[in-house]
Structures are given as structure tokens and as C-alpha cells.
Design a protein around this ligand. Structure first.
Ligand code: 1VU
Length: 293
């Protein structure tokens, strides 16, 4: 069925416009990487005649010319994201950046992220968000690997708004680390959480993989019956996400008006093998954090 523009509400129309915009920036330079972009991002108009943008890997300011970046690097005194280091394990650190305290950084991060996200309009009202920026650190500084954003207050129990692993770091387990981290924060808050929808194809694959592994690990170890509510309390994964994950693995039966988990150990092992690698582990003892008030 064809839908005329007049029948779309304002929000869908804006989203439709974002989708159909032509990709503007083809490549970016960020730290030691040159990265090909995937999608349109609404940079201010004066940047739209550049095919390539040069980002400062620490403050995320972007420039049109390499010489501008070189000049900037001589005076930029940041060596890590501008926020609190809330986790460090080996060379991996997580920084929490408050969008209200670091507005320009938050906006720059959104412009950068949109180059790799096509599925939704990003919110540029960064005041309302916290950004969790994952870095690999060495003697030159803390280099951003990826991030997720989180609303300070979510009515819908979202514990993650947007997630990105920068392309040079993808498929190494950082995505699952970021997802696991978002649930560790929810556990500390004593809340269940769920990612904001819609999920991209890669987002859904990563979440399915994470949910499957976490739930099957528990089911494997657990003796006797366990309810979806108990699984949710243990993992901070929202009950609906547990139900859809277990249903897609055909581990749920409907008996006498109730969902029942049927977990044959052999079936669990088969699913676990198919669920891929575990990703990088979050060492909760290294997380020093209190919920946002
Ligand atoms: O490696 P495993 O098999 O153990 O697990 C992978 C795999 O299952 C799947 N996956 C892929 N499968 C096929 N082809 C691929 N190219 C691929 N990439 C991932 O996902 C599992 C997770 O792997 P990971 O832990 O190594 O995750 P990454 O560091 O690669 O990060 C995953 C994300 C989704 C963050 C990354 O692909 C990304 O940044 N994509 C672009 C942005 C995006 O789509 N973000 C999600 C949007 S939805 C949203 O933000 C709302 C919540």
C-alpha cells in the first residue's frame, strides 16, 4: 500500500527524510584509522562539501583539512573522553560522559555515530543522555573503540539508546561487552532494562547472541524449575526479551495457560555452541559507579 506524505505524522516524515538523504561524508580520519562511512549524518552545512572529515580522537571535534587537525592536536590537551573513568581492567577503560556537562563532546559523538547508524533519528538533545565511551588505553592516550548512550531517566525502562563499535574494532567482542555493561548498570540500579527500538540487523544479532548466552548459561547451571521472573531478576533482562529469546530457541511450551521453560541439557549445549563467542567479559569488581540521580 502506498502511503502519501500527507498521511505520515511529523515524526515518521522526519525519519523518512533522514533515510532518503544522500550520504555526504565518504571517509573520516580518527586516531590511526581512516574509516569508510556507512550512512548520512547531518553535519552543519559548512561541512557538506567535504568528502573526508578529520576528527580529533579525544575531543571528537572535526575539521575539513588535515593541517587543521595537526594544528589542533598540538593544543588539544585531552587524552581521554571528558568524563569519569568508571571501569578499568587491563588496557580497557570505560568513561561516563554527561551530555549536559559536555555538550559539544556529546554532539560530536552523535554526528560521528550517525555515520554508522541508519535506523533512526538520533537525539541531539544531548543534555538528557549519559554516554559510556569504551577505550583501549596505551601510553599515547585512551582510544575510543565504541560507546553506548543511555537516557538519564527512561519512562520505558530503556537501559541503552544507541550502541556503536567503530568499524576497525567490530567483530572482536566489544559489542557484547558494551551490552553486558549496560545490564551491569541496570543491576546496580536495581532495575530491569531493554534496548531502545528499533534495533538494526547487527544490533539484533548482537543482542540475540548476548541474551542467548546469558540465559542458557543460567539454565545449564540451574537445578529444578526457574521462572522468567527469576531469570529477569538475576540478569536485569526485561521479561519480554527473555520470552522472545527462549521462544526463538523453542525452549518455551504453553501448558495450562502458562509459559513453561523446557530445558533439555543436550538442547542447551547445541544452542550454546550456535550462539557464537562470549565476547569480552565485564569484571564487575572493576566497576566503580553509582546510579545517576
Ligand atoms: O562474533 P560472534 O558471532 O560471537 O557474535 C557476533 C555476531 O553474532 C553478530 N555480528 C555479526 N554477524 C554477522 N556479520 C557481522 N558483520 C556481524 N557483526 C556482529 O553480533 C555478535 C556481536 O559481535 P561483537 O560483540 O563483536 O559486536 P561488535 O563489536 O561487532 O558490535 C556490534 C554492533 C551492533 C555494536 C556493531 O555491529 C555496530 O556498531 N554496528 C553499527 C551500528 C549499529 O547498527 N548499532 C546498533 C543499532 S540498534 C541501537 O542502537 C538501538 C539499541
Amino acid at each position: 500500500v502506498e502511503v502519501g506524505h500527507e498521511e505520515l505524522d511529523a515524526a515518521s516524515l522526519r525519519e523518512h527524510e533522514e533515510f532518503t538523504k544522500v550520504k555526504n561524508i565518504a571517509t573520516i580520519e580518527l586516531g590511526r584509522y581512516e574509516i569508510e562511512t556507512w550512512y548520512f549524518s547531518p553535519f552543519p552545512p559548512e561541512y557538506n562539501d567535504s568528502l573526508k572529515l578529520y576528527f580529533c580522537e579525544f575531543c571528537l571535534n572535526f575539521m575539513k583539512r588535515k593541517e587543521q587537525l595537526q594544528r589542533h592536536m598540538r593544543k588539544c590537551d585531552l587524552k581521554h573522553p571528558p568524563g569519569d573513568e568508571i571501569y578499568r581492567s587491563g588496557t580497557l577503560s570505560m568513561f561516563e560522559v554527561d551530555g549536559k556537562k559536555n555538550k559539544v563532546y556529546g554532539q560530536n559523538l552523535c554526528y560521528l555515530a550517525k555515520l554508522f547508524l541508519d535506523h533512526k533519528t538520533l537525539y541531539y538533545d544531548v543534555d538528557l543522555f549519559l554516554f559510556y565511551v569504551l577505550c583501549e588505553c596505551d601510553d599515547r592516550g585512551c582510544h575510543m573503540v565504541g560507546y553506548f548512550s543511555k537516557e538519564k531517566h527512561s519512562e520505558e525502562s530503556y537501559n541503552l539508546a544507541c550502541i556503536l563499535t567503530l568499524p576497525p574494532y567490530q567483530r572482536k567482542g566489544y559489542g557484547k561487552f558494551l551490552i553486558a555493561f549496560s545490564y551491569e548498570l541496570s543491576k546496580k540500579e536495581g532495575k530491569v532494562g531493554t534496548p531502545e527500538r528499533p534495533l538494526s540487523d547487527l544490533g539484533l544479532l548482537s543482542y540475540r547472541g548476548y541474551w542467548t548466552r546469558v540465559l542458557l548459561d543460567i539454565l545449564k547451571k540451574h537445578k529444578g524449575n526457574i521462572s522468567i521472573k527469576e531469570l529477569s531478576d538475576m540478569t536485569a533482562i526485561k521479561a519480554e526479551d527473555i520470552l522472545t529469546t527462549l521462544q526463538s530457541l523453542e525452549l518455551i511450551q504453553y501448558r495450562k495457560g502458562q509459559h513453561v521453560i523446557c530445558a533439555d541439557p543436550k538442547v542447551l549445549d547445541r544452542h550454546l555452541k550456535a550462539a557464537g563467542r562470549g565476547g569480552l567479559e565485564v569484571d564487575v569488581s572493576k566497576l566503580i559507579w553509582t546510579p545517576y540521580k
